[in-house]
Design a binder for this molecule. Sequence first.
Ligand SMILES: Cc1cc2nc3c(=O)[nH]c(=O)nc-3n(C[C@H](O)[C@H](O)[C@H](O)COP(=O)(O)OP(=O)(O)OC[C@H]3O[C@@H](n4cnc5c(N)ncnc54)[C@H](O)[C@@H]3O)c2cc1C
Length: 410
Amino acid sequence: MNSHQCDVLILGGGMVGLSIAHQLLERQITSSITIIDKEPELGRHSSGRNSGVLHAGLYYKPGSIKARVCVDGARRLRAWVEERGLPINPCGKVIVPPREELDGQLEVLAERGRANGATVEFFDDQQLHELIPEARSASGRALWSPNTAVVKPLKVVQRLQQELQQQGVQLITASPGWRAQPEECSITLSDSSKLSYGHLYNCAGLQADRVAHQFGVGLNYSLLPFKGLYWQLKPDCPIQPRTNLYPVPDLDIPFLGVHFTPSAEATPLVSIGPTATPAWGRENYQGLVGIEPGMAAANLALLARQYLANRGGFRRYVHEQAFLALPPLLLKAAQELIPSVRAEHIEISQKVGIRSQLFNRLTQRLEDDFLCLPGLSSTHVLNAISPAFTASFALADLILDEATPRMDLA
Ligand SMILES: Cc1cc2nc3c(=O)[nH]c(=O)nc-3n(C[C@H](O)[C@H](O)[C@H](O)COP(=O)(O)OP(=O)(O)OC[C@H]3O[C@@H](n4cnc5c(N)ncnc54)[C@H](O)[C@@H]3O)c2cc1C
């Protein structure tokens, strides 16, 4: 039986796993790093299937991990992308209240943004219309975030992978069938070879809770996946916003609401979405493919209980967001931001992603913040939902500094 050894083993080569490898090298902590991914190529899940928005840090409660890492992470990833000449659209973002009573939420977002180190400015109707002539704010006010940008997420993942491999990081792909032996600090791969590690990082995204459970970690958490479907404006549609247009979100729920996002291409394609529709499997991207009947039944019952108890404003989520995969409802949500958008202007996009949203069985609520849980010579990164892509370099630093016992990497 072959056996290998590395200082650091990373399970999952999405943006979070790659960023931990990047920061380990950057900070010269170790270059003995192996990444294992179950897929034949990287970027097949959230990191290659997201909106590509580098968030500016407006939404997150000051003091939360998201708030601590978003602004710094966005700045660093943006610089990294620009240094390499990868596509980026520095188009900013404007947030509008679709209903008058939501106007006060603009103040909350502005306060949170400023506390988190983001730049924000209030716009009046005239300034909003200079940016997007067709946009509507129910109160005549909007919040402008000049530092929001859009990248091509798959290109970022592929470039980061290439650079890490050039620097000697070992990448083992197409490897779903490993078994963990946490007490021995080793895993056995499907070809029976054994890999021993000094420290292991679980960055398995949609499977991270399952992987953590194999290490006896995070047993109170389970995945409650939500699907993000996208539509897009047809290229010949007369309305083509050149900046991100978002609604004021419901801050009790970790979804931002259907929004318009121009892509990072030279001639941007404008996506509408993503929805946050319950998914019936971790990788249930299309129709019946990837449905997990046991999980679907358990999660349906859980969603029904949340609705009846109305925990964390869950009824509002169901009424306003759960059914946005239905085209007339999606169009209605889009028209709250741009009333002149018509059914003939939009088409379904091929892009679809699934959020690795965790449910906390102790609090009976959706988990809002990132979670970094310790295990035996291991760290488990759970609930790496948005903005984990944006924040990945800074999140990796926080994980190395605060969530990794020193002795493990000595
Ligand atoms: C629809 C949608 C839109 C989003 N938009 C944005 C946005 O605009 N901006 C933003 O910042 N964030 C956004 N996000 C969030 C962002 O995509 C994620 O936070 C980020 O990609 C998480 O990265 P990750 O590395 O944790 O997960 P992933 O990218 O899912 O990577 C996990 C990896 O682990 C591998 N893996 C799984 N199980 C195993 C196993 N057992 N063994 C080995 N490998 C395994 C998978 O193959 C995968 O490659 C969005 C997410 C979605 C779903």
